[in-house]
Design a binder for this molecule. Structure first.
Ligand code: ZN
Length: 301
């Protein structure tokens, strides 16, 4: 008898050491989307994006879009960056088919963590795929965790001024999910620490107050850039091109340029939320721009 076909297998959990910390990217979910253009680069960038896709041996139309929160165990505290999609698509018709069901809690369990083990949840920014797993049916999913929001991002979504049309529903979600957590939350700005070894970095633009985070232990550093670059080819090689889901497009492009420069100059590993899982790699200078080098084994030596 021939061996049975078991179907695609893409491991959703990785764990590696960074000094005295353990870093655990967990793929909450993934979706295949059409329309690499015009999502990336708009109508005017279509030709360039298509050419870039071909040069990099990826499909010029369809792309995989993973959603990958990151757990960091500092040895003293368990910190979770972002919470995936949770039950958003089941609870909100507007998101059906757009966001896959979140599986973060089940996958955390496979890796050995319970929701009540989480001491701190850090929300890099207020978009649905990052806040969706914070609550389920109105109740906090991580019952013992304090929640950390970027102060500027929280203010923006709370006030609800200048929210672009495409984000009106996002704002409603934010009000429902995040505002009730304010009394157990802390609010930070770039330069502030979450816990010793984890410091916020200005990544404003994709969401008006998005934060990236420098994670440092025993002299080893890792940058969690959240959604700074949402695609490992297009956003890294053409950080100037507009992206449909960036809220402040100019600021997002300026942030990409600044953070790519920092990552390339310091040659440090980077982890990102929507990069091919496990979303870890390095940025190298490439002509006048940059290129993503996926992680090989550097963090396992
Ligand atoms: Zn996102």
């Amino acid at each position: 008898m021939p061996a049975p076909m078991h179907g695609e297998l893409q491991p959703p959990i990785f764990r590696y050491r960074l000094g005295g910390f353990e870093i655990v990217p967990i793929m909450d979910s993934k979706v295949i989307r059409d329309g690499l253009t015009p999502s990336f680069g708009g109508e005017t960038g279509a030709e360039e994006v298509t050419a870039l896709a071909r040069q990099n041996r990826i499909d010029p139309v369809r792309y995989q879009h993973p959603f990958s929160p990151v757990l960091v165990n500092t040895g003293k505290e368990l910190v979770l960056f972002d919470t995936g999609n949770g039950t958003l698509s089941a609870e909100h018709d507007a998101l059906k088919g757009r966001l896959p069901p979140g599986q973060l809690v089940a996958r955390m369990a496979e890796a050995g963590y319970k929701p009540e083990d989480v001491d701190v949840v850090v929300i890099t920014h207020g978009h649905p795929d990052h806040i969706g797993g914070l609550v389920r049916g109105g109740a906090p999913v991580f019952p013992k965790a304090r929640v950390v929001f970027g102060a500027a991002d929280f203010e923006f979504w709370k006030k609800g001024e200048n929210v672009r049309e495409a984000r009106k529903f996002n704002r409603e979600l934010y009000v429902k999910i995040c505002l009730p957590l304010a009394d157990r939350a802390s609010f930070i700005k770039p330069g502030d620490s979450v816990v010793p070894g984890i410091t916020a970095v200005d990544a404003f633009g994709h969401s008006p107050g998005m934060l990236a985070f420098m994670i440092e232990s025993q002299g080893k550093r890792l940058l969690n850039w959240a959604d700074t670059c949402n695609h490992y080819v297009i956003s890294v090689q053409r950080p100037d091109l507009p992206l449909d889901v960036d809220d402040d497009k100019e600021k997002a492009a300026a942030t990409r340029a600044r953070i790519l420069d920092m990552a390339a100059t310091e040659a440090m590993p980077v982890v990102g939320y929507h990069l091919p899982f496990p979303g870890i790699g390095y940025v190298e200078r490439f002509g006048a721009t940059y290129r993503w080098i996926a992680h090989g084994y550097q963090l396992y030596l």
